[in-house]
Design a protein around this ligand. Structure first.
Ligand SMILES: C[S@@+](CC[C@H](N)C(=O)[O-])C[C@H]1O[C@@H](n2cnc3c(N)ncnc32)[C@H](O)[C@@H]1O
Length: 320
């Protein structure tokens, strides 16, 4: 899920000036002249500065995303047509998006979507589910590599928006893919994504693997990006995470590993993992060695892969 560790920013600044009637601009210019001055390029620059002063990390990128979304154009258009005037209706739409972002609501929730797995999949997301992270794509890639010559059934535990299960099914229609979550809200989001993308994934409400039976012969692969933030760390995360994302998707207990420990104990029960099968666990930046040790202590062979920032991010446990 990524480890955003920046401290909370303060209260959002006042409503943005050039975006609406509250601009407070009272120079000698007439209102039509003032409006005409707001081009795509000028709005982008103004919003970037506003976001930076609010402590938003990717100020420029977020401003681009929201302006392109409000106008209904690509981010490229913002540059190619930087001197295009922005009309009142577009500015009003943009103003609402900027206000939401200044409360530190994630861009993905504001847009209602997030690209996942090399942007092959566009997933609908909202505050019922974690925003899928690029780190999780490493888990998907590793599974797909291992499954290249395999057939059978795979399961995604804690599916949220359906990201992992749908990315696997999208690439491998022949696999039997199941996705479980304890949250019925999350399952509703995953189901809507599966239907819109026409991907046939079984969706089951389950506390980890407790409420789902393994297929005959066991799961060929088990994927899990479970909550792994230590409870005490939650309050130190950026407000995008700590305020807006579901706590059920984040809180991994005292050391962050409560859910992962429980899942490993379930996986090593007879008949759960197929011979030659493997579990793929996404973990926090400092947890890979501990999780690998846990897997080994349960008789599995463990290895680790790093993410694009060279953080050990995915731990694989294989039946020896
Ligand atoms: C970090 S989110 C990951 C979501 C998604 N897999 C992704 O990678 O974007 C963890 C998910 O695990 C679910 N979860 C939490 N506790 C669970 C449990 N005991 N059993 C099943 N799912 C659980 C949460 O509801 C949440 O959707």
């Amino acid at each position: 899920m990524g480890d955003p560790k920046q401290p909370s920013a303060g209260a959002p600044p006042p409503a943005p000036g050039p975006l609406g009637a509250s601009s407070g601009s009272s120079g000698g210019q007439g209102s039509s002249e003032r409006r005409a001055a707001w081009t795509l390029g000028a709005l982008l620059q103004w919003t970037q500065t506003k976001f930076q002063s609010a402590g938003i990390s990717n100020a420029r990128l977020d401003a681009e995303h929201l302006l392109a979304f409000a106008i209904g154009c690509s981010r490229m258009t913002l540059y190619v047509e930087h001197d295009r005037p922005v009309d009142d209706a577009q500015r009003a739409r943009f103003r609402e998006l900027v206000k939401r972002r200044l409360t530190r609501e994630p861009v993905a929730y504001i847009e209602g979507k997030r690209g996942f797995h090399a942007l092959d999949l566009e997933l609908a997301v909202d505050r019922r589910v974690l925003v899928p992270r690029p780190e999780t794509e490493h888990l998907v890639d590793w599974m797909l590599e291992d499954l290249v010559d395999a057939s059978g059934a795979v399961i995604d535990v804690g599916t949220g928006s359906g990201a992992i299960a749908l990315a696997i099914k999208h690439r491998r229609r022949d696999l039997d893919v199941t996705a479980v979550d304890v949250s019925t809200d999350a399952l509703d989001v995953a189901r809507a994504n599966a239907e819109r993308l026409a991907l046939d994934v079984g969706l089951v409400r389950s506390d980890l693997l407790a409420d789902v039976s393994p297929p005959a012969g066991g799961w060929r692969a088990i994927a899990a990006n479970l909550p792994y933030i230590a409870t005490a760390e939650l309050a130190t995360l950026e407000p995008e995470v700590s305020v807006h994302e579901p706590r059920l998707a984040l809180d991994g207990g005292a050391d962050g590993l409560d859910l992962i420990r429980r899942l490993i104990a379930q996986i090593v029960q007879p008949g759960v993992l197929a011979p030659g099968g493997a579990v793929y666990l996404e973990v926090g930046y400092d947890q890979a060695a501990r999780v690998a040790d846990l897997l080994r202590a349960h008789g599995l062979a463990a290895d680790v892969r790093a993410d694009h920032s060279r953080v050990p991010r995915v731990v694989r446990g294989r039946v020896g």
